[in-house]
Design a protein around this ligand. Structure first.
Ligand code: SF4
Length: 371
C-alpha cells in the first residue's frame, strides 16, 4: 500500500518522514484524498462565523521577526484601547449581529494582571450572550512570565472572567530551531501545547494555528501537525465540545513590513497541498479553516476543494494580517461572504464559535447589500 493510502487508513502507522512524502503527490490526487475525508462529514457545506476581531493594543514586550502588527520602527503607530472603548465596540458589533468577539493583542507591559480580567468581565456583563474567544497560548504564557502566575491559575481566572474559548494564535511553528529565528523569547512550542492541553482538560475548546511559508521546511510543518494530533482529546469529548481543538488554521506568512525579509510566498500549489495534508494528518481535529484574511478570499474558496471546510468569519476589522500586506483590513460583509461561497458551488452555513449551525443558505445566489 502506498503512503497516501496508509495515511488515509491510519495516520498513526505512518512515520513523519513518510508523511512528508505526501507533498510528492500531484495536487489533484491530494485534493481528492482530502475531499474523501471532508465530504462524508460536511458534504458541500462551507462554514463561516459572524464575528468581530478586537485587538486591544499593539504595544508588545516581545519581538517576533514576522510581525508587522506590533509597534516598532516599521510601525510607529502605537495604540492602547481602554476597557470602555473595547466594550463599546463589542456591544456595537453584537447589536449588528456578531455572535463572537475575538480578542487578542500584543503583550503590553503596561497592563496589570487584573486589567485582563476586568476587561473580560466587563464585556460579559455588557453582552452576556456573546461568545468570547480570547487570549491565545502565547498571551497566557506572557501572563505567566510577567506576573509569575501558573498556567493553571491564569486559565482558571480567564474562564471565571467569562472567556469561552481560546483562539489558536502564537503556535507559529513548534520546532525550537525555527522559533529561535522567528520569535525568540516568546512561548516555546512545548509550552504552547501545554497551555492548550490544560485548557482542554478543563473541558474547554480552542483552535490551533500554524504560520507557514517563511523559513520553515515541509518537515517542520509535518512535525507541527503531528504534535497537535498527539495532544488532541479523544473524539467523544471533542464531539461533545467538552475540550479539545475545534479547528486547525494554517496561516500564510505575509511578506510586508516585518523583519524577516522574505519576499517570496509559497506557490498556490504548495499552499493547497499543505491544507490537504493537514486534513489527512489532523483527521482527529474536526475542522480545517482556510482563513480568508490570510489566504485571500479566492484561494480560501479553492481550498474548500482541498480539505478545508471553514472560511473563518466576517471579522469587521482586521489589523494583524493586513499590517503585513493582506487585503483584509475591512473584513467582509456577511452577504458577500454568503454570495462568494454560493458562487463557488458550496452551501454557505453560518455557524457559532463551537460550530453549531446557525443558518444554512439553501437558496441561489443572495443579493448584495446596497452600500
Ligand atoms: S506576534 Fe504577537 S507577541 Fe510577537 S511581536 Fe507581534 S504582537 Fe508581539
Amino acid at each position: 500500500m502506498d503512503v497516501l493510502d496508509r495515511a488515509l487508513k491510519d495516520v498513526n502507522s505512518v512515520s513523519a518522514d513518510e508523511l512528508e512524502k505526501l507533498y510528492d503527490y500531484d495536487i489533484f490526487t491530494l485534493g481528492e484524498a482530502a475531499s474523501s475525508l471532508r465530504v462524508p462529514k460536511y458534504g458541500k457545506k462551507v462554514f463561516f462565523n459572524t464575528n468581530r476581531h478586537i485587538n486591544p493594543s499593539n504595544i508588545c514586550s516581545d519581538v517576533c521577526k514576522f510581525c508587522a502588527f506590533s509597534a516598532s520602527r516599521k510601525n510607529p503607530n502605537a495604540y492602547e484601547m481602554s476597557i470602555d472603548e473595547i466594550v463599546y465596540q463589542g456591544v456595537k458589533s453584537f447589536n449588528n449581529g456578531a455572535l463572537e468577539l475575538h480578542v487578542v493583542g500584543a503583550h503590553n507591559p503596561n497592563h496589570s494582571y487584573e486589567w485582563y480580567f476586568d476587561l473580560f468581565s466587563a464585556i460579559k456583563k455588557a453582552i452576556p450572550k456573546v461568545h468570547l474567544k480570547a487570549m491565545g497560548g502565547a498571551e497566557v504564557d506572557f501572563l505567566h512570565r510577567k506576573f509569575g502566575v501558573s498556567y493553571e491559575k491564569a486559565l482558571e481566572d480567564l474562564a471565571k472572567a467569562g472567556v469561552d474559548s481560546m483562539p489558536g494564535g502564537g503556535a507559529e511553528i513548534f520546532d525550537s530551531g525555527i522559533r529561535k529565528k522567528i520569535c525568540h523569547g516568546k512561548v516555546s512550542g512545548e509550552n504552547w501545547l501545554k497551555i492548550h492541553n490544560i485548557w482542554h482538560k478543563m473541558g474547554k475548546m480552542s483552535n490551533a494555528t500554524m504560520l507557514f511559508g517563511h523559513i520553515e521546511s515541509r518537515n517542520h510543518r509535518i512535525d507541527h501537525m503531528l504534535r497537535l494530533r498527539a495532544i488532541q482529546q479523544d473524539e467523544a469529548r471533542v464531539e461533545a465540545k467538552e475540550g479539545g481543538f475545534n479547528a486547525f488554521v494554517p496561516l500564510l506568512y505575509q511578506t510586508h513590513n516585518n523583519f524577516l525579509n522574505i519576499k517570496a510566498s509559497p506557490s498556490g500549489q504548495e499552499i493547497l497541498k499543505t491544507i490537504a495534508i493537514a486534513r489527512i494528518i489532523l483527521s482527529n481535529i474536526p475542522h480545517i479553516k482556510a482563513y480568508w484574511a490570510s489566504l485571500g478570499l479566492n484561494l480560501a474558496l479553492v481550498a474548500q476543494e482541498f480539505g478545508a471546510d471553514d472560511m473563518d468569519g466576517t471579522i469587521e476589522k482586521e489589523s494583524i494580517q493586513s499590517a503585513a500586506g493582506a487585503k483584509s483590513k475591512q473584513g467582509v460583509d456577511e452577504l458577500e461572504m454568503v454570495a462568494q461561497i454560493a458562487d463557488a458551488g458550496f452551501i454557505p452555513v453560518q455557524r457559532d464559535s463551537l460550530y453549531n449551525e446557525v443558518k444554512t443558505y439553501q437558496t441561489s445566489k443572495p443579493t448584495f447589500k446596497a452600500s
